[in-house]
Design a protein around this ligand. Structure first.
Ligand SMILES: Cc1cc2nc3c(=O)[nH]c(=O)nc-3n(C[C@H](O)[C@H](O)[C@H](O)COP(=O)(O)OP(=O)(O)OC[C@H]3O[C@@H](n4cnc5c(N)ncnc54)[C@H](O)[C@@H]3O)c2cc1C
Length: 478
């Protein structure tokens, strides 16, 4: 019998798992995908929002603010790329300046510090690539950018090294409440747990609705993006927003925490919770909208496109806490933006509720940090040489675009909750995340995974079990 079963290994499930792993409890995370960070947490803007956009008094506003304040120290401790680069919301007409003032007032009410409405001249001096049509902007110095993969993976690692089990390729099909525990049906097996925490992203309504009479409805709201090569990662320094609309924060132009340039997203409600496609129209739309904000978008540096699904709940707010009518069942549902920003704070909050309910004691052996992590590319030549002397596998570059070494890829495979797929290696090391998008290093990564995991190369997938790349050997039957 588990004390806690967490459904979903996205940034929310991982945050809850990390926070709960401080306690002496038997905890398991189950996810239908083959790795952590395979849902919305892998496909978003990676912005740490300052918090002016959420309506005062909402859970979005509350957790956005706490998450934003936590992020600097948190990312340092868990080795997550993060930069407080600040953000600008642009107005293109003097008539829109009152809207910037209203956002500033709302932000100040939410507790956001340092908000300032800047003149056209001030803004253009800060960001020379902005369109000359800009009339003014709201500056939020506390805005930031974070690597969403590492924010998720790091917390899963911490949870796992403190005893939390992770079970992948495991679809929760149904849950039955017994008097003092839950029976959770996962693939063909049944797992029993005293409490269940629903962190199932766009599917969190379906999990909730199996148990609670208070029904939720999540409509996936799709967002498409273009990602640009690092060569143009300094095109803008701050995150550039337009005025928000009923459908969200609009199309942004931003550097990423890994120094790429990102433009997007679109915002369309769709029916299909599995639709992660990108479309020519979507890409055209983000480029067209972004060209209102900045001049001369360097389109020849686009390296890929992707899309993500926002878990938009009818109430418009996050649903967080114990279901009123199902004791021991907790929701983190409808966690759309600013969910990434809020995740560590949501994790702490839910862990506090659940551990109080279970009367849990803190572990004496909790390790609050990750096992050693080496990134080769940013080191000085002298440090690179020293590293290669200590381990010659740091001298074998596998991904030339991002300068990722064999030693780093092996480490990513053997770390807690290690990579088992090509995308898993990419998200942990950036091998395949560069200009060639894995065109050159992909087959090498496949070979390394096959060797390190002692698996036939035909079993190594790009992601999940169905995305197999090799169907056979060309000389197999000779
Ligand atoms: C376009 C876009 C832009 C965004 N930009 C930002 C931003 O800049 N800043 C910000 O703060 N937030 C942003 N967000 C929001 C943020 O990405 C999300 O709030 C966050 O990633 C949600 O994490 P999650 O763990 O709830 O969901 P997910 O990452 O989707 O994880 C849910 C997990 O549950 C698993 N699961 C579901 N059903 C089952 C089942 N039945 N059995 C087993 N497993 C199951 C899934 O496989 C998945 O891995 C954005 C979102 C989108 C879509």
């Amino acid at each position: 019998m588990y004390d806690v079963l967490i459904i979903g290994a996205g940034v929310i499930g991982a945050s809850v798992a990390r926070a709960i792993s401080k306690y002496d409890l038997k905890v398991i995370v189950v996810d239908k995908h083959s790795d952590v960070c395979e849902g919305t947490s892998k496909a978003n803007s990676g912005i740490v929002h300052s918090g002016y956009d959420a309506k005062p008094g909402t859970l979005k506003a509350k957790f956005n603010l706490i998450g934003n304040k936590m992020m600097g120290e948190f990312c340092q401790r868990y080795r997550v790329p993060f930069r407080r680069n600040g953000s600008l919301v642009l107005a293109f007409d003097v008539n829109e300046i009152p809207k910037l003032e209203a956002l500033k007032t709302q932000g100040t009410l939410n507790g956001v510090e340092g908000l300032e409405v800047l003149s056209k001249e001030q803004v253009l001096a800060m960001e020379p690539n902005l369109s000359s049509q800009v009339a003014a902007a709201l500056y939020a110095p506390t805005g930031g950018i974070v690597d969403p993969f590492e924010l998720t993976i790091s917390q899963a690692e911490v949870a796992n090294q403190n005893g939390v089990e992770f079970q992948f390729n495991s679809l929760v099909s149904s849950i039955v409440k017994q008097t003092s525990h839950f029976q959770v049906f996962v693939n063909d097996t049944m797992i029993e747990s005293k409490t269940v925490i629903n962190c199932a992203g766009v599917f969190s309504d379906e999990i909730n609705n199996q148990l609670s009479a208070h029904k939720l409805k999540i409509t996936p709201r799709k967002g498409e993006y273009c990602l640009f090569d690092k060569e143009v990662g300094h095109f803008v320094d701050r995150t550039i927003f337009q005025l928000p609309t009923a459908y969200g924060k609009g199309v942004l132009v931003t550097p990423t925490a890994e120094n790429n340039l990102l433009i997007g997203p679109t915002a369309y409600d769709i029916d299909d919770k599995y639709d992660n496609s990108t479309t020519a129209e979507g890409i055209k739309e983000v480029l067209s909208k972004a060209s209102q904000s900045v001049k001369s978008i360097p389109t020849s540096f686009i390296i890929t496109a992707f899309s993500g699904l926002r878990a938009t709940e009818t109430s418009g707010d996050f649903i967080i806490g114990e279901a009123k009518d199902v004791e021991g069942f907790y929701n983190a549902a409808g966690i759309e933006s600013p969910g990434l920003t809020a995740a560590p704070a949501i994790g702490d909050y839910l862990a506090d509720l659940v551990t109080k309910k279970l009367n849990a004691k803190m572990k004496t052996s909790y390790i609050d940090g990750r096992a050693d992590l080496v990134r080769f590319e940013p080191l000085s030549v002298a440090d690179k040489s020293k590293l290669i002397e200590s381990n010659h596998e740091f001298g074998k570059i596998i991904c030339r675009c991002e300068m990722v070494t064999l030693a780093e890829i092996k480490d990513a495979i053997h770390r807690p909750v290690g990579a088992t797929t090509i995308d898993g290696v990419k998200r942990r090391t950036r091998a395949g995340a560069g200009r060639c998008q894995g065109g050159f290093c992909g087959p090498k990564v496949l070979e390394i995974l096959s060797k390190e995991l002692h698996k036939d190369p035909r079993e190594i997938a790009k992601f999940d079990q169905q995305a197999i790349l090799l169907v056979g050997f060309d000389k197999e039957n000779l």
